[in-house]
Design a protein around this ligand. Sequence first.
Ligand code: EPU
Length: 337
Amino acid sequence: MKNLINLQPYNSFGFNVIAKHFVAINDLRELDQLLQTPEFKQEKHLILSGGNNILFTSDFFDGLVIYMNNKGIETVYEDGNEVVVRAQAGEDWPAFVRKMVEKGLHGVENLAHIPGKVGAAPVQNIGAYGMELKDSFMQCQAMEISTGKLRIFTNEACQFGYRESVFKHQLKGKYIIISVDFILSKKAELKLDYGNIKAYLAEHQMERPTLQQLHDAICAIRDAKLPDVKQIGNAGSFFKNPVVSLEQFNDLQKRYPDIPHYPDTEGKVKIPAGWLIEQAGWKGWHNEHVGVYEKQALVLIHSGGGKGEDIVCLSKQIQQSVEERFGIQIVPEVHFV
Ligand code: EPU
């Protein structure tokens, strides 16, 4: 365990935040030992994975940061068509996806190039290009913080929704995800319907791509639209795409005939928050330290020298102007600490 560690390398916004205590966990034995320490028993905890979806709102974290760094990817079951693969929480997500694609396994390819770690992926049910983690998630193993007991969570028990799971609600801060089992297929149809993918493949004369070509296309699409966390501090999409009633959508469509939208559950329509933010005039806005990414308005960026509260302040202003203009409340998908 270390004291007074700067979390700058552990949060993708790149804010300078000092943690009172910090421990990196490499295996279950280390986690068991941690449970016996006074720091663990007395301090508040933060389970940190890749730090790609987190916003530290102050300069000091008054507690214990538990950084999950356990590694390993193994096949636990295989038959003619399906394979169950277990990945430890500390594995890098995009590297895991690359490996599965190289092995010819289908189920996570559209989630290529999403920065983060395996253990955090179920917490917010990561999703992109018409696929969500829940589609290939079989179960995960997690440790209850208060008792040290291990428990298996099935897909159903995780209560997945759009960027949601039980780990963000009833069980928030109560469990540490140790490993995730994925059920992947040796043969499956590729999901090519999402607008961006179709357009990219057509442009590159690849209407019938291989699994590897689809993976690489998605990496290229993301690179073109989203800032690289190694160069510009950000946490991917900052807000969730709001869901409105059909009635409200029809009103909006009268005023804005080109409004992009996706069907949601019955009688509901999902509207891209990036479009709303752009319409409200924020795309490319920036001050000395923070701003709105010029190629994708859903991404808030930190260009250096700023603080978490600068992003909090900017996000509130954006929420307010979207609400004033469209009567729609957008809510962050990023986790505020
Ligand atoms: N749009 C604009 N202006 C913008 C951004 C987007 O008009 O500045 C419009 C686009 O033209 C398009 C629509 O909004 O018609 C959707 O844009 P895009 O395809 O970029 O996707 P998104 O809805 O903005 C979501 C996810 C992303 C995911 C992409 C691709 C959420 C909150 N975000 O973004 O996830 O990569 O779809 O599937 O659902 C993340 O969660 O961190 C993330 C990056």
